[in-house]
Design a protein around this ligand. Structure first.
Ligand code: GLV
Ligand code: MN
Ligand code: MN
Length: 394
């Protein structure tokens, strides 16, 4: 089922997927999703935030069981993060339709918009907007790397920016179960093809804006420089040291150096920190310590740094009753994750759960992300059993 979209947004050089929100690739995937819904006789609805919902059962029904995931990717992402959850949901619907199963509540397959936040910086923008956890005016003013606002981008794709915001359909969802490729190797160690999520680590993204003074690379003596790259470099080293000591994570995966001339001292460095920890207080402490290290380094060089939080996600503990029910039903291990998901965003509103499918290397957000076909099939079987259990006649 992934084969028809295997080439969509795939970079021929890296083999990675470049499927950022509202890109041509994302639009092609939306079309594909609509076709899959149609083929199964599901009713397709798109909300004002670009979230696509394929309803099996009345689209104005209540207490729906929501499945699905997302189709966008990080830059050079893998084939499974997101799409595996979407195709597995359609495959579960297929299996149940084949056996003549009649759901006692609507079953909905979702493609959540802009889950990775790769374009506008805020993770899970589609589900956050639908849930009322992200203000529409803030979202619409976010800019991409070309300086285009989300409002401009969605308008150019024929959507109405005024429609962005809390979604009525979500009030008619009773449960959400998101299947996802595991982003780690817990299931390899457990010797299990499928697991159930217990929790998501709190995490976030912070923009560090280092400013210095542009000058000539040859004519400016070393002691006279105000080079913002120096404070940035010190910050990267401090982040690694502090995160390692705290048993947490810190990554600078995106960097802009301006103006970017080899023979010029830069005037500005913008760098984005992604940081995660087991607890919210640990995360706050770590980010404060990295910020302090940046400030000290900048002061030493006569440069400056400002830090702005762009996307912060609190700790998530998935609904304990649902987690235990699914773990028992599937006889599956329970594991936490350091990765963020739409299921985490929706968890304060309704019982949510996640199924993870084994990933032999644990690699994710990279082209080599992988899951064996047999494990993917086990994931579909597990999800099918979950729908039978949660949407069967009581
Ligand atoms: C999403 O995959 C994230 O954890 O950043
Ligand atoms: Mn991801
Ligand atoms: Mn994902």
């Amino acid at each position: 089922m992934l084969a028809p979209i295997a080439d969509v947004g795939r970079h021929p050089g890296t083999g990675g997927y470049r499927r950022s929100a509202w890109s041509d690739a994302d639009m092609a995937l939306r079309e594909w999703f609509a076709g899959e819904a149609r083929q199964r006789g599901l009713v397709l609805v798109e909300d004002g935030n670009g979230n696509q919902l394929a309803w099996w059962g009345a689209e104005d029904g209540h207490d729906a069981l929501l499945l699905g995931s997302h189709l966008d990717s990080v830059p050079d992402g893998g084939a499974y993060d997101g799409p595996l959850g979407v195709v597995s949901s359609f495959a579960a619907v297929d299996a149940l339709q084949r056996e003549g199963f009649r759901p006692a509540r609507p079953v909905v397959v979702a493609n959540f918009a802009d889950e990775e936040g790769a374009r506008f910086g805020v993770a899970c923008a589609g589900s956050r907007l639908a849930a009322g956890a992200l203000a529409p005016e803030r979202a619409l003013a976010l800019t991409d790397r070309d300086g285009r606002t989300m409002a401009e981008v969605v308008r150019a794709r024929g959507r109405d920016p005024l429609a962005v915001g809390p979604a009525e359909w979500l009030t008619r969802v009773g449960t959400f179960v998101e299947l996802h490729v595991e982003q780690g190797r817990s299931l390899v160690h457990d010797g299990a093809a499928v697991g159930v999520a217990s929790a998501i680590w709190p995490h976030g993204r912070w923009r560090f804006d280092f400013r210095g003074e542009a000058n000539h690379a040859g004519a400016t003596p070393m002691p006279d420089r105000h080079d913002p790259v120096q404070a940035f470099a010190a910050t990267v080293l401090a982040a690694r040291r502090l995160a390692t000591a705290a048993g947490a994570r810190a990554t600078f995966g995106r960097l802009d150096v301006e103006p970017g001339g080899t023979n010029a001292i830069p005037s500005r460095v913008q760098a984005w920190l992604d940081s995660r920890a087991a607890g919210e207080a640990d995360l706050a402490e770590l980010v404060a310590a990295i910020t302090a290290a940046a400030q000290t380094a900048a002061e030493d060089d006569g440069t400056s740094v400002e830090v702005v939080a762009e996307s912060v996600s609190p700790a998530v503990s998935f609904d304990a009753g649902l987690r235990d029910r699914l773990a028992t039903l599937l006889d599956a291990p329970v594991l936490p994750t350091g990765a963020g998901h739409d299921a985490g965003v929706l968890s304060p509103l309704l019982p949510t759960a996640m199924l993870f499918v084994r990933n032999p290397t644990g690699v994710s957000h990279a082209p080599s992300e992988f899951a064996d076909d047999d494990d993917c099939a086990a994931g579909v079987e597990a999800l099918t059993a979950v729908v039978r259990d949660l949407a069967g006649a009581s």
